[in-house]
Design a protein around this ligand. Structure first.
Ligand code: SAH
Length: 254
Protein backbone atom coordinates (compact mmCIF):
# COMPACT_ATOMS: atom_id res chain seq x y z
CA UNK A 1 0.00 0.00 0.00
CA UNK A 2 1.38 3.42 -0.87
CA UNK A 3 1.43 5.97 1.87
CA UNK A 4 0.42 9.61 1.85
CA UNK A 5 0.78 12.83 3.79
CA UNK A 6 -2.19 15.16 4.04
CA UNK A 7 -1.61 18.48 5.76
CA UNK A 8 -5.01 19.57 7.01
CA UNK A 9 -6.35 22.73 8.62
CA UNK A 10 -8.74 22.24 11.53
CA UNK A 11 -9.99 25.84 11.51
CA UNK A 12 -9.72 28.12 14.51
CA UNK A 13 -11.40 26.03 17.18
CA UNK A 14 -14.95 24.95 16.53
CA UNK A 15 -15.78 21.65 14.88
CA UNK A 16 -18.31 23.32 12.54
CA UNK A 17 -15.32 25.06 10.96
CA UNK A 18 -13.70 21.76 9.94
CA UNK A 19 -14.41 21.33 6.23
CA UNK A 20 -16.07 18.11 5.01
CA UNK A 21 -12.90 17.44 2.98
CA UNK A 22 -10.73 17.57 6.14
CA UNK A 23 -13.25 15.45 8.10
CA UNK A 24 -13.09 12.77 5.37
CA UNK A 25 -9.27 12.79 5.44
CA UNK A 26 -9.29 12.42 9.26
CA UNK A 27 -11.62 9.41 8.87
CA UNK A 28 -9.14 7.70 6.53
CA UNK A 29 -5.98 8.44 8.55
CA UNK A 30 -3.83 5.75 10.11
CA UNK A 31 -1.65 8.34 11.91
CA UNK A 32 -2.26 11.84 13.22
CA UNK A 33 0.65 14.17 13.76
CA UNK A 34 0.69 17.68 15.18
CA UNK A 35 1.02 19.95 18.15
CA UNK A 36 -0.61 17.96 20.99
CA UNK A 37 -3.59 20.32 21.62
CA UNK A 38 -4.50 20.20 17.91
CA UNK A 39 -4.25 16.40 17.76
CA UNK A 40 -6.47 16.33 20.86
CA UNK A 41 -9.16 18.24 18.95
CA UNK A 42 -9.66 15.31 16.58
CA UNK A 43 -12.26 12.82 17.92
CA UNK A 44 -10.75 9.48 18.98
CA UNK A 45 -11.12 6.61 16.55
CA UNK A 46 -9.93 3.02 17.05
CA UNK A 47 -6.81 2.08 15.13
CA UNK A 48 -5.43 5.57 14.70
CA UNK A 49 -1.99 6.34 16.07
CA UNK A 50 -1.79 9.80 17.60
CA UNK A 51 1.61 11.50 17.67
CA UNK A 52 1.19 14.71 19.64
CA UNK A 53 4.30 16.82 20.07
CA UNK A 54 5.63 20.05 21.45
CA UNK A 55 4.95 23.15 19.33
CA UNK A 56 8.57 24.00 18.63
CA UNK A 57 9.68 20.97 16.68
CA UNK A 58 7.90 21.54 13.40
CA UNK A 59 10.65 20.14 11.16
CA UNK A 60 11.06 16.97 13.27
CA UNK A 61 7.32 16.51 13.10
CA UNK A 62 7.32 16.98 9.32
CA UNK A 63 10.16 14.46 8.87
CA UNK A 64 8.35 12.00 11.11
CA UNK A 65 5.23 12.31 8.92
CA UNK A 66 7.24 11.75 5.73
CA UNK A 67 9.02 8.70 7.15
CA UNK A 68 5.73 7.13 8.20
CA UNK A 69 4.32 7.75 4.71
CA UNK A 70 7.28 5.93 3.11
CA UNK A 71 6.31 2.95 5.30
CA UNK A 72 2.85 2.99 3.68
CA UNK A 73 0.91 4.87 6.38
CA UNK A 74 -1.84 7.39 5.63
CA UNK A 75 -0.62 10.30 7.72
CA UNK A 76 -2.62 13.44 8.44
CA UNK A 77 -0.63 16.35 9.82
CA UNK A 78 -3.01 18.75 11.59
CA UNK A 79 -2.67 22.51 12.01
CA UNK A 80 -5.04 25.02 13.51
CA UNK A 81 -6.67 27.44 11.08
CA UNK A 82 -5.24 27.06 7.60
CA UNK A 83 -2.17 24.79 7.36
CA UNK A 84 -0.46 27.15 4.93
CA UNK A 85 -0.65 30.21 7.22
CA UNK A 86 2.27 30.20 9.69
CA UNK A 87 1.82 26.46 10.13
CA UNK A 88 2.79 22.93 9.17
CA UNK A 89 2.42 22.92 5.37
CA UNK A 90 5.56 25.00 4.80
CA UNK A 91 7.44 22.87 7.35
CA UNK A 92 6.56 19.70 5.42
CA UNK A 93 7.70 21.19 2.12
CA UNK A 94 10.90 22.45 3.72
CA UNK A 95 11.58 18.90 4.93
CA UNK A 96 10.88 17.54 1.43
CA UNK A 97 13.08 20.21 -0.19
CA UNK A 98 16.09 19.35 1.98
CA UNK A 99 15.41 15.70 2.76
CA UNK A 100 15.41 12.21 1.28
CA UNK A 101 14.83 12.48 -2.52
CA UNK A 102 12.31 9.61 -2.23
CA UNK A 103 9.99 11.99 -0.29
CA UNK A 104 9.40 13.99 -3.50
CA UNK A 105 7.56 11.04 -5.01
CA UNK A 106 5.11 10.72 -2.09
CA UNK A 107 1.44 11.60 -2.39
CA UNK A 108 1.39 14.92 -0.47
CA UNK A 109 -1.68 17.17 -0.32
CA UNK A 110 -2.66 20.32 1.54
CA UNK A 111 -6.29 20.74 2.58
CA UNK A 112 -7.23 24.35 3.36
CA UNK A 113 -8.90 25.54 6.55
CA UNK A 114 -10.40 28.74 7.91
CA UNK A 115 -7.55 30.92 9.13
CA UNK A 116 -7.96 32.80 12.43
CA UNK A 117 -7.99 36.15 10.60
CA UNK A 118 -11.05 35.14 8.60
CA UNK A 119 -12.94 33.85 11.63
CA UNK A 120 -12.05 36.99 13.63
CA UNK A 121 -13.00 39.31 10.77
CA UNK A 122 -16.34 37.57 10.32
CA UNK A 123 -17.19 38.09 14.01
CA UNK A 124 -17.01 41.88 13.74
CA UNK A 125 -18.13 42.60 10.18
CA UNK A 126 -15.79 42.97 7.22
CA UNK A 127 -12.53 44.62 8.28
CA UNK A 128 -10.61 42.76 5.53
CA UNK A 129 -12.88 44.12 2.78
CA UNK A 130 -10.03 46.05 1.15
CA UNK A 131 -6.30 45.26 0.82
CA UNK A 132 -4.71 43.65 3.86
CA UNK A 133 -1.66 41.70 4.97
CA UNK A 134 -0.80 39.20 7.67
CA UNK A 135 2.29 39.50 9.84
CA UNK A 136 3.56 36.94 12.33
CA UNK A 137 4.84 38.93 15.29
CA UNK A 138 7.06 36.12 16.50
CA UNK A 139 10.77 36.78 16.15
CA UNK A 140 11.63 33.11 16.70
CA UNK A 141 12.01 32.54 12.96
CA UNK A 142 13.10 36.02 11.78
CA UNK A 143 14.96 38.97 13.28
CA UNK A 144 12.91 41.58 15.16
CA UNK A 145 14.14 44.53 13.02
CA UNK A 146 12.54 42.83 10.00
CA UNK A 147 9.22 42.64 11.86
CA UNK A 148 9.47 46.37 12.62
CA UNK A 149 10.31 47.20 9.02
CA UNK A 150 7.30 45.24 7.75
CA UNK A 151 4.97 46.90 10.26
CA UNK A 152 6.20 50.35 9.16
CA UNK A 153 5.78 49.60 5.49
CA UNK A 154 2.42 47.86 5.90
CA UNK A 155 1.03 50.82 7.84
CA UNK A 156 2.43 53.28 5.31
CA UNK A 157 0.95 51.26 2.46
CA UNK A 158 -2.50 51.50 4.04
CA UNK A 159 -3.02 47.79 4.58
CA UNK A 160 -5.29 46.47 7.28
CA UNK A 161 -2.89 44.27 9.26
CA UNK A 162 -3.66 40.89 10.79
CA UNK A 163 -1.16 40.18 13.58
CA UNK A 164 -0.61 36.50 14.42
CA UNK A 165 1.33 35.23 17.43
CA UNK A 166 1.21 38.58 19.24
CA UNK A 167 3.04 37.34 22.33
CA UNK A 168 4.12 34.40 24.44
CA UNK A 169 5.92 33.92 27.73
CA UNK A 170 9.23 34.06 25.87
CA UNK A 171 8.17 37.17 23.88
CA UNK A 172 6.53 39.51 26.40
CA UNK A 173 7.42 42.96 24.99
CA UNK A 174 7.04 42.62 21.22
CA UNK A 175 3.35 43.49 20.95
CA UNK A 176 3.77 46.65 23.06
CA UNK A 177 6.61 47.74 20.82
CA UNK A 178 4.57 46.96 17.69
CA UNK A 179 1.59 49.02 18.89
CA UNK A 180 3.89 51.92 19.79
CA UNK A 181 5.37 51.83 16.31
CA UNK A 182 1.91 51.70 14.69
CA UNK A 183 0.77 54.69 16.78
CA UNK A 184 3.60 56.67 15.18
CA UNK A 185 2.36 55.76 11.70
CA UNK A 186 -1.43 55.84 12.02
CA UNK A 187 -4.08 58.06 13.62
CA UNK A 188 -5.02 56.94 17.14
CA UNK A 189 -8.63 56.56 15.99
CA UNK A 190 -8.11 53.54 13.71
CA UNK A 191 -9.98 50.52 15.07
CA UNK A 192 -8.08 47.61 16.60
CA UNK A 193 -9.79 44.27 17.13
CA UNK A 194 -8.53 41.83 19.77
CA UNK A 195 -10.02 38.43 18.94
CA UNK A 196 -9.18 35.67 21.42
CA UNK A 197 -10.03 31.95 21.30
CA UNK A 198 -12.39 32.56 18.39
CA UNK A 199 -14.76 29.63 17.96
CA UNK A 200 -14.49 28.10 21.41
CA UNK A 201 -16.15 28.68 24.77
CA UNK A 202 -13.58 31.26 25.88
CA UNK A 203 -14.05 33.47 22.82
CA UNK A 204 -13.62 37.17 23.57
CA UNK A 205 -13.70 39.97 21.02
CA UNK A 206 -12.92 43.61 21.82
CA UNK A 207 -12.97 46.58 19.49
CA UNK A 208 -10.89 49.54 20.69
CA UNK A 209 -9.07 52.48 19.14
CA UNK A 210 -5.36 52.22 18.38
CA UNK A 211 -4.65 54.83 21.05
CA UNK A 212 -6.43 52.66 23.66
CA UNK A 213 -5.01 49.31 22.52
CA UNK A 214 -3.42 47.65 25.54
CA UNK A 215 -0.89 44.90 24.78
CA UNK A 216 -1.85 43.18 28.07
CA UNK A 217 -5.22 42.35 26.50
CA UNK A 218 -3.59 39.74 24.23
CA UNK A 219 -2.46 36.20 24.89
CA UNK A 220 -1.16 33.35 22.73
CA UNK A 221 -4.61 32.64 21.32
CA UNK A 222 -5.32 36.21 20.29
CA UNK A 223 -5.33 37.58 16.78
CA UNK A 224 -5.22 41.35 16.28
CA UNK A 225 -6.69 43.18 13.34
CA UNK A 226 -5.31 46.70 12.95
CA UNK A 227 -7.65 48.80 10.82
CA UNK A 228 -6.55 51.28 8.18
CA UNK A 229 -7.56 54.96 8.00
CA UNK A 230 -10.44 53.83 5.79
CA UNK A 231 -11.84 51.24 8.22
CA UNK A 232 -15.17 52.34 9.66
CA UNK A 233 -17.33 51.60 12.69
CA UNK A 234 -21.11 51.35 12.48
CA UNK A 235 -22.34 52.15 15.99
CA UNK A 236 -25.48 50.34 17.17
CA UNK A 237 -28.02 51.06 19.85
CA UNK A 238 -28.75 48.97 22.93
CA UNK A 239 -25.19 48.02 23.83
CA UNK A 240 -24.62 45.91 20.72
CA UNK A 241 -21.00 46.07 19.61
CA UNK A 242 -20.35 48.12 16.48
CA UNK A 243 -19.79 46.55 13.09
CA UNK A 244 -16.32 47.18 11.67
CA UNK A 245 -15.74 47.21 7.94
CA UNK A 246 -13.29 48.49 5.38
CA UNK A 247 -15.01 49.74 2.21
CA UNK A 248 -14.29 47.87 -1.00
CA UNK A 249 -13.41 50.99 -2.94
CA UNK A 250 -11.00 53.73 -1.95
CA UNK A 251 -10.47 56.72 -4.19
CA UNK A 252 -11.64 54.86 -7.31
CA UNK A 253 -13.07 56.89 -10.15
CA UNK A 254 -15.90 55.22 -11.96
N1 SAH B 1 -2.45 28.33 10.92
C1 SAH B 1 -3.13 29.19 11.90
C2 SAH B 1 -2.19 30.18 12.56
C3 SAH B 1 -1.12 29.53 13.43
S1 SAH B 1 -0.14 30.71 14.28
C4 SAH B 1 -4.29 29.92 11.20
O1 SAH B 1 -4.38 29.91 9.96
O2 SAH B 1 -5.12 30.50 11.91
C5 SAH B 1 -0.95 30.76 15.87
C6 SAH B 1 -1.66 32.09 16.04
O3 SAH B 1 -2.89 32.07 15.32
C7 SAH B 1 -2.05 32.44 17.47
O4 SAH B 1 -0.98 33.01 18.19
C8 SAH B 1 -3.16 33.46 17.23
O5 SAH B 1 -2.61 34.71 16.84
C9 SAH B 1 -3.84 32.86 16.00
N2 SAH B 1 -4.98 31.99 16.36
C10 SAH B 1 -5.07 30.66 16.18
N3 SAH B 1 -6.28 30.20 16.61
C11 SAH B 1 -6.95 31.28 17.06
C12 SAH B 1 -8.26 31.47 17.60
N4 SAH B 1 -9.12 30.45 17.76
N5 SAH B 1 -8.63 32.72 17.96
C13 SAH B 1 -7.78 33.77 17.77
N6 SAH B 1 -6.54 33.65 17.25
C14 SAH B 1 -6.14 32.42 16.90
Amino acid sequence: MSGSVIIAGLGPGASQWITPEVAAALDQATDLIGYAPYVARVPLRAGVERHGSDNRVEIDRAQHALRLATEGRRVVVVSSGDPGVFAMAAAVFEAVDHGDPAWRELDIKVLPGISAMFAAAARVGAPLGHDFCAINLSDNLKPWPLVEQRLHLAAQAGFVIALYNPLSKARPWQLGRALELLRNELPGTVPVIFASAVGDAREAIDIVSLSDADPQRADMRTLLLIGSVHSRLIERAGGAPPFVYTPRSIGATA
